[in-house]
Ligand binder design. Structure first.
Ligand code: NI
Length: 196
């Protein structure tokens, strides 16, 4: 379990609420969220009965188990290699495409507790590498080339890494919720998570 930074951030201790805007990205804050995801998933999923961790929303959808595998694949092949690609080649060489089902091979035969350990280790290593790069705001504006979107900035890539984590955390909550779609009876109407 890797937690790089649990110190309160300065603007939080002053109680200043920052307005939401398109320019709220700050590397240290982004890393604070990224560093917590392994512990969130570990506390949540380790030791849960398979009925919770293996359920999904139908064919070609992820179970919580597969989400962890997908996140591992991203740590191994996606996020930091794209960071590196931007720093080394800029827009000259486009990123490798990300195969969202590639984790199925990599994770075959593994148990969830092994995947959680592996995710935690890989995330820790990646965040250490990211920190060592010492990216300032000028370098965060450097650009790379995405195979579908074209020109993207390093800042956009790192923001996407954060939102990708949060999206998959939301997905796990949704997939687990749907196990009880029928069990909740008439309350279903007040549970929007069941309709997403
Ligand atoms: Ni994803």
């Amino acid at each position: 379990m890797v937690v790089l930074d649990r110190e309160p951030l300065p603007n939080m201790s002053l109680g200043i609420l920052q307005p939401m805007s398109a320019t709220t990205f700050e590397l240290e804050q982004a890393m604070t969220v990224l560093s917590r995801t392994p512990a969130v998933l570990d506390d949540w999923l380790r030791g849960l009965p398979a009925q919770w961790t293996d359920c999904n929303e139908g064919p070609e959808t992820f179970s919580p188990f597969e989400v962890v595998g997908h996140l591992i694949h991203g740590e191994r092949t996606d996020w930091m290699s794209r960071v590196q690609r931007i720093l080394e080649d800029g827009e000259q060489r486009e990123f490798e495409a990300f195969d969202r089902f590639a984790h199925r091979q990599a994770c075959g035969g593994k148990r969830l507790d092994q995947l959680l350990d592996e995710f935690s280790k890989l995330r820790g290593v990646n965040l250490t590498h990211l920190r060592v790069l010492g990216l300032d705001s000028k370098r965060l504006s450097l650009r790379g080339r995405h195979p579908t979107f074209g020109s993207v900035t390093l800042r956009q890539l790192l923001s996407t890494w954060v939102v990708h984590d949060l999206g998959h955390i939301g997905q796990i909550a949704r997939v687990m919720s749907k196990r009880y779609s029928e069990e909740v009876g008439p309350w279903r109407e007040f549970l929007p998570v069941l309709r997403r």
